[in-house]
Design a protein around this ligand. Structure first.
Ligand code: SF4
Length: 351
């Protein structure tokens, strides 16, 4: 029997495939225009994104709902209108897991409802933090709360046991990519209780590159070879830092319970995506693509993955070769991946 869709007012965006950073395919855009207007933002022109579907209601299945990917959910007027709070209450009441990305310390106003979500392991919160330098932050993202305010909010949430991390995104060449300032972010975040740090490169927007303030960044973007070398160096540096600090470099996925039907496809696709990410950091593009494709494939499976493996039918799935098949079997039956552990160790010893 077809269940009724929940009706909501805001924009609900469905991506073509799951976003493996925030483990969500559905994002709610509460404010179509982000109040923070960061100079490097590349999400404000949704027309430039491929594969976005706009939906009328929340998904019927209790999929993870991402909040804040396209525009921050904490508007400076938030305290007056309480709109975000109502949205969180609606999601919590209907048992949707939530993955929040924000730059705002106003999130602590919703502590009670966040605790409620977190108690059911239905919440991840990631604060975006590009720099600890207030002057630089004001130049880059002058309308948003200062770095220290974001970290204080993270500390408050962590004290309540809410899983939180930091996203150093984007890392912009010649702006926030020096080792000292990245180390500063990582150390301060860890001190405040961050559970993970993720990082990513810069998807440049013309308005940023055309601003004389960021002339050096524009220059380096004219030479893709130098740009790639610089990114490779900084990514390896961050990885070394995170390994030393014992901090995961990904947001841990909010998974279903083990008795639920899609449980194994979620666990396995998380591993496969993490493996592909390690290959990416090692510049092994073919393996990276192979494992990423498999991750998408497995994530999309609606039948029970354990049963498919049990009946030796994995090989029939397009994109799953015997090597990946072995990795999947190991994850399902031993809840670990030797390949993942070995790659991690290899990277740690190389860097
Ligand atoms: S907070 Fe995020 S979405 Fe908003 S302007 Fe800044 S980068 Fe864009």
């Amino acid at each position: 029997m077809q269940k009724k869709k929940l009706k909501t007012n805001p924009h609900i965006i469905k991506l073509q495939t799951i976003d493996f950073w925030y483990w969500s395919r559905y994002f709610i855009d509460i404010y179509p225009d982000c109040p923070y207007k960061c100079s490097y933002c590349n999400t404000q022109k949704k027309s430039s994104f491929n594969g976005l579907d706009f939906m009328e209601g929340l998904p019927i299945n209790k999929e993870v709902i991402g909040l804040g990917l396209f525009s921050d959910i904490y508007h400076p007027e938030h305290r007056k209108n309480e709109f975000t709070k109502s949205m969180l209450e609606l999601l919590a009441k209907n048992h949707y897991p939530v993955n929040i990305i924000t730059k705002s310390d106003a999130i602590i106003d919703d502590l009670e409802i966040l605790k409620n979500l977190s108690d059911r392991d239905h919440l991840r919160v990631t604060f975006t933090l590009l720099t600890m330098d207030e002057a630089l932050s004001l130049k880059l993202e002058g309308c948003s709360p200062l770095p220290a305010e974001r970290l204080n909010a993270l500390k408050t949430l962590r004290k309540e046991g809410i899983p939180c991390g930091v996203a150093i995104t984007p890392i912009i060449p010649c702006v926030n990519d020096d080792e000292e300032s990245i180390s500063h972010i990582v150390h301060e975040s860890k001190k405040m209780g961050a559970n993970w740090i993720l990082f990513s490169g810069f998807n440049p927007v013309d308005s940023f590159l055309n601003n004389p303030l960021w002339k050096k960044t524009a220059e380096i973007h004219t030479d893709q070879k130098i740009l790639k070398t610089q990114y490779r160096k900084i990514k390896k540096f961050i990885l070394r830092l995170l390994i030393r600090e014992n901090l995961p470099l990904r947001v841990p996925r909010i998974t279903l319970k083990s008795f639920e039907h899609n449980y194994y496809s979620q666990i396995v696709s998380e591993y496969l995506f993490n493996i592909s990410y390690l290959f990416e950091l090692m510049d092994r593009e073919i393996e990276m693509l192979r494992y990423r494709r498999a991750a998408y494939r497995i994530n999309g499976i609606i039948e029970s993955l354990k049963s498919i493996v049990h009946h030796k039918e994995l090989g029939f799935l397009k994109g799953i070769n015997p090597e990946i098949e072995n990795v999947i079997e190991e994850i399902i039956f031993s809840n670990r991946s030797t390949l993942y552990t070995n790659l991690y160790k290899k990277i740690a010893s190389e860097v």
